[in-house]
Unconditional design. Structure first.
Length: 165
């Protein structure tokens, strides 16, 4: 998504960004299944939900509270972001995840990457980064998700949409 401010130099932001790429890639597979008129496999859905749930925990228990504490994220914006997490998850669980759902997911990620990550870079000190590291570690330990080779994701980016929408 974004790489202009240098926020990816901070490990928690780099991790969240890599997870965004994985989530988008996995979500696109659901869009393609919907477009082809088939149900995505249980494995596809479960892998996406597993990654999404761990990722959301990192944001809702780590990034967002730290930003709120430093007045880098307002209560209303926080509530909106958390509601978007629920709506996206519900759309995945309901089936028929389509390009509209995907674009809503991508727009949510864009806000995080273009606004929240750079805000964190400028507001966080060592304590906040350490707190965020702790939340990330706890989330990963509580619900470990299989390791993904992110170099493969970057080497094979999401394909452009094809056909009529």
């Amino acid at each position: 998504m974004c790489d202009h401010c240098g926020c990816r130099a901070y490990a928690p932001v780099a991790e969240l960004t890599a997870e965004h790429e994985e989530i988008l890639t996995r979500a696109w597979a659901l869009v393609e299944a919907t477009r082809a008129g088939r149900e995505p496999s249980t494995e596809e859905v479960d892998a996406l939900l597993a990654r999404l749930d761990v990722h959301v925990a990192k944001e809702e228990y780590g990034l967002y509270p730290e930003l709120r504490e430093l007045e880098g994220l307002g209560e209303a914006e926080n509530a909106t972001l958390e509601e978007e997490h629920r709506v996206i998850r519900d759309a995945i669980v309901a089936g028929g995840f389509d390009h509209h759902d995907y674009y809503a997911l991508a727009a949510h990620i864009e806000v995080e990457e273009l606004e929240l990550f750079s805000t964190a870079m400028f507001l966080f000190d060592d304590r906040e980064w350490a707190d965020l590291d702790t939340v990330h570690h706890s989330a990963n330990e509580a619900a470990p998700v299989p390791v993904v080779d992110f170099s493969e994701i970057q080497a094979n980016p999401r394909p452009a949409p094809t056909g009529d929408w």
